[in-house]
Every structure is written in structure tokens, then in C-alpha cells.
Design a protein around this ligand. Structure first.
Ligand SMILES: Cc1cc2nc3c(=O)[nH]c(=O)nc-3n(C[C@H](O)[C@H](O)[C@H](O)COP(=O)(O)OP(=O)(O)OC[C@H]3O[C@@H](n4cnc5c(N)ncnc54)[C@H](O)[C@@H]3O)c2cc1C
Length: 469
């Protein structure tokens, strides 16, 4: 009985801790420093590659709830974060070196964990009593990426994240946009994985998209602002050529004034009901989460600096007051199409003794990556001991994330942060946003405690003297 984990990042380290905490031996393979990545700077486990923030830490915030659930499940990442916390208002930010040092020490000193510094180029063989967790992150090495493609099918493995900006639905000016699909076609003919829930990107309104129409003058104003906007500095790997299919809008714009009107801003097949005509150009907004409170700008991947993005994109009619939930970016990001490949236990559907966890499993963010590693670790330990894998209910943040990764619409799949929008709705919820979120959190924590009780997890998550300031 042994669990093998590939990748000692946030997900892999958390998974190793969970497995070992349940009395199952672990071998953790981490390729740094033998083989570096384009972004990591140290050889520490759980290195934070960019910001030092784990985001909000209050229960009226979805990532705050996810963190509280992880604390209850005995998360090493959460304990190390508390022990290296720096002042950051309502957010949980850490001293990054101290954080990684605590995780590295806790893992290295655990008697059931063996850390091996090598690059794994093929997915190790797995069986029920010796499961494997692959948690090699967005910068999974090339050789291993090829082997993953062999197992999941190359069409279900992505190498670039062309992320379009996302806006909060309630900040879109509905008086200026119109709801319609191109040529009146609806996406609702597509396969739905859950008959009771519209899948991601779908809409139960009259059309699948919200369309922002632009007159010639508005288009020219937008175009001029776009071509003169400042681009963000890119990492080395971003200097590689872009795929034609995911060109940043500013790159397209530099090819000619009308290129965008024949690309992501093409108006053909879209009739504005107020004029009865096609607009000069149009930007389409697609529902981005199950709850429908986020809309992404279709085909608007961009590398423009975030401040500049807000300025330029607010020139689009209907988005003048838009609040951005996420800005656009293009970067190397290896991840599988979760809904096609994974079960909600983070097991590979076609091979249940193999798990994918972390960013490469199709979640987004430090906390979400660690949370997926936590559940994959719990489940790998369970099956190694002859038990069964399971996931907390969708009323919890960790269960909702697992559900999203395995059930969102595969046709438009993009890694997601945790939001309250993907939790199962609460009937009779209070009206105000903050009160509603707090009620969702209260229900989530009660349901998590119940699930932990049923799974016999309450006894195994007590404080561990190896992790501390
Ligand atoms: C440039 C960039 C910036 C980001 N910034 C943020 C941010 O500010 N905030 C945020 O919340 N999220 C950010 N993310 C997203 C994401 O949350 C982090 O990448 C996070 O570290 C993912 O955790 P992980 O465990 O999945 O991967 P990682 O933390 O990257 O861990 C994967 C580990 O696997 C190792 N590995 C890879 N291939 C092999 C192999 N073949 N054999 C053995 N080991 C291997 C790597 O060396 C690495 O240590 C960023 C991502 C990128 C690419």
C-alpha cells in the first residue's frame, strides 16, 4: 500500500499531507531543482509563483468559505498560511518564503513521506492499493504532458490559456445590450450533463449571448484605444508563437482596422431589435458560470495591462460601468478538460486508480489547487486502504468545485476560481448579497461537518505538532 504523487506544488504537497495523515505511505516526486520551470524560482515545495495572496478570508466570500472548509479538513496549506500570515486587511496573504519553508519542512519530516527529486516523464503505473496522483501544475514538463495526452486524448489537453475578461452580470447596462444568438441559433441543443441544471455557457433566456452593438464611431474609438494600449510584460514562455486560434485581440487589431470586425467583433447574423439591422460591430458576452452572474467577453483574450484593459473595454457600449471579475490573459497553462476526463472525486474516469489534481485538473488559483489536492489525497488514501472515494455535497465549496470540474459544459471548459455561483442554490435565502453569502456558508459548513462525520474524518484532522510557526 503506497500512494505516488507527481508534483510538489500546492496540490501535490497538500495531497501528500492528507495521505500520510491517514497512515498511508507516500512517495512525492518533484522535479525542481533537477529540472526547473520557467516560473518557479526556488526548489521549495508549494512555491507561490506570483502573488503572495490567498485572497479573501471571510465567510461572505466564496474563497473564504473554501479556506474554512480546508481548515476543518486538516489542510497543511492552510496551517502553513496561518503560520506565515502577513497583514493584508480582509485577505489572507503570506510571507512566501516562510510559507514554502513550513510546507517543505512538514512534508520532509513526516515519517511516512519520501520526497524524490526527479522528473517523471511517464505516468507511473497505478492500482487500487497503489494509486497515483498527478499534480504537475500549469507548467507540467513536456515529456509528461505528451504522456498525459496519450492517456486523456490530445484533444482534451490544453497548453495555452487564452483567458477572456469576465464581467459581473449586474454591472452590464441591459438598456444597451440585446440578447440573441448568431443567426438565431441557440446553444441549447447541446448535450447537457445534468438535466436539472443548465450547463456552463448556456442560458435559459431567449438567446444564448448578450450582444453589445457598436456604431462605426464607437468601433473607431474602441479600435484607436486598443492599438495604443500598453501590453503587460510577458514571461519567457509567452514569447512563443501564439496559436492562430487564440490570438490576443490587440495582435489581431494591429493586422488592420477591420480585422476584429471579421473576427471576434463580427456582427453578421446578429440583428439589433431596436434598429432591426446588424450593427457595425458587436461584442458577444457569454454566461460563464452555472449561476449566470458572470459573463465572459467571447474571443477577447488579451495581454493588455489590467488597468488599461478596464479603460479600453469600458468603451464598449453596455460595459461603461462594468466590474471585472477577472481580466484577460494569455499564458502557458497545461490542463485537462475536466468534465470529459474526471469524476467529481478527482479520479480519471477511465482509470480510477489515477487522479489529476491542482491547476492541471482544471481549477484556477492557489487555494482551489490546494483544495483539489486535498480531496484527491483523501480519496487516494481511502482507496489504498480498500475503501471508496467520495466528494462532499455540492452545498459545500469544495464539493461544488469538484462538481464544476467534472460536470461543467466541456465545449466551453475553462479553469474556474470558486464562486458562490457554483454552489447549489439555497431556497429561501436572505435578500442582501452579504446575508445570502453568509447563509450559504453556514449551510456549507454544517453539511461539511456531517459529511466528515459519515466519512469518519473528524478524528483524523487534529492539530499536528510538526506544523507551526
Ligand atoms: C505565471 C503564473 C502565475 C500565477 N499566478 C497566480 C496567482 O497570483 N494567484 C493564484 O491564486 N494563482 C496563480 N496561478 C495559478 C495557479 O494557482 C498556480 O499555478 C498554482 O501554483 C497551481 O498549483 P499546482 O499545485 O497545480 O501547480 P504548481 O504549484 O505549479 O506545482 C506543480 C509542481 O509540479 C512540478 N512538476 C512539473 N512537471 C513535473 C514532472 N514531470 N515531474 C515531477 N515534477 C513536476 C513543478 O516543478 C511544480 O513544483 C499562476 C499560474 C501561472 C502559470
Amino acid at each position: 500500500m503506497r500512494v505516488t504523487i507527481v508534483g510538489g506544488g500546492l496540490a501535490g504537497s497538500e495531497a501528500a499531507w492528507q495521505v500520510a495523515s491517514r497512515g498511508v505511505p507516500v512517495t512525492l516526486h518533484e522535479m525542481r531543482p533537477v529540472r526547473p520551470t520557467a516560473v518557479h524560482r526556488t526548489d521549495a515545495l508549494a512555491e507561490l509563483v506570483c502573488s503572495n495572496s490567498f485572497r479573501g478570508d471571510k465567510l461572505d466570500n466564496a474563497v473564504g468559505l473554501l479556506k474554512e472548509e480546508m481548515r476543518r479538513l486538516g489542510s497543511l496549506v492552510m496551517r502553513a498560511a496561518e503560520a506565515s500570515r502577513v497583514p493584508a486587511g480582509a485577505a489572507l496573504a503570506v510571507d512566501r518564503d516562510r510559507f514554502s519553508e513550513i510546507v517543505t519542512r512538514a512534508i520532509a519530516e513526516h515519517p511516512l513521506v519520501t520526497v524524490v527529486r526527479d522528473e517523471i516523464t511517464k505516468i507511473p503505473s497505478s492500482s487500487d492499493d497503489s494509486p497515483v496522483i498527478v499534480a504537475t501544475g500549469p507548467l507540467t514538463s513536456d515529456a509528461l504532458s505528451s504522456d498525459i495526452a496519450r492517456i486523456v486524448g490530445s484533444e482534451h489537453l490544453y497548453f495555452y490559456d487564452a483567458i477572456s475578461p469576465i464581467v459581473l452580470a449586474e454591472t452590464i447596462d441591459r438598456g444597451k445590450v440585446f440578447r440573441a444568438s448568431r443567426w438565431g441559433r441557440s446553444l441549447r441543443g447541446e448535450v447537457r450533463l445534468q438535466p436539472d441544471q443548465p450547463a456552463c455557457g448556456m442560458d435559459d433566456g431567449e438567446g444564448d449571448y448578450l450582444n453589445c452593438p457598436l456604431t462605426r464611431e464607437e468601433y473607431d474609438r474602441f479600435y484607436d484605444a486598443l492599438v495604443s494600449a500598453e501590453s503587460a510584460t510577458v514571461h519567457d514562455f509567452d514569447k512563443e508563437r501564439f496559436f492562430e486560434g487564440c490570438l490576443p485581440i490587440e495582435v489581431m487589431a494591429h493586422r488592420g482596422r477591420d480585422t476584429l470586425r471579421f473576427g471576434p467583433m463580427k456582427p453578421v447574423g446578429l440583428v439589433d431589435p431596436r434598429t432591426g439591422r446588424e450593427p457595425y460591430a458587436a461584442v458577444q458576452l457569454r454566461q460563464d458560470n452555472l449561476a449566470g452572474d458572470h459573463f465572459s467577453l467571447v474571443g477577447f483574450q488579451t495581454q493588455i495591462k489590467w488597468g488599461e484593459q478596464a479603460r479600453v473595454l469600458k468603451l464598449i457600449p453596455g460595459l461603461e460601468q462594468a466590474e471585472f471579475v477577472r481580466f484577460g490573459m494569455v499564458h502557458r497553462n497545461t490542463y485537462v478538460n475536466g468534465p470529459t476526463v474526471l469524476a467529481e472525486t478527482w479520479q480519471v474516469r477511465s482509470r480510477p486508480s489515477l487522479f489529476f489534481a491542482g491547476q492541471m485538473s482544471g481549477v484556477e488559483g492557489y487555494v482551489e489547487s490546494a483544495a483539489s489536492g486535498l480531496l484527491a489525497g483523501l480519496n487516494a488514501a481511502a482507496i489504498a486502504k480498500g475503501g471508496r472515494a467520495s466528494s462532499p455535497p455540492r452545498t459545500t465549496a469544495i464539493g461544488a468545485l469538484a462538481y464544476y470540474v467534472s460536470h461543467a459544459n466541456p465545449a466551453h471548459y475553462e479553469p474556474s476560481n470558486i464562486t458562490f455561483g457554483i454552489l447549489q442554490p439555497l431556497s429561501g435565502a436572505p435578500r442582501g448579497k452579504q446575508q445570502r453569502n453568509l447563509a450559504l456558508s453556514e449551510r456549507a459548513l454544517a453539511d461539511l461537518d456531517e459529511w466528515m462525520g459519515v466519512r469518519g474524518l473528524m478524528e483524523t484532522v487534529g492539530a499536528d505538532p510538526r506544523v507551526g510557526p
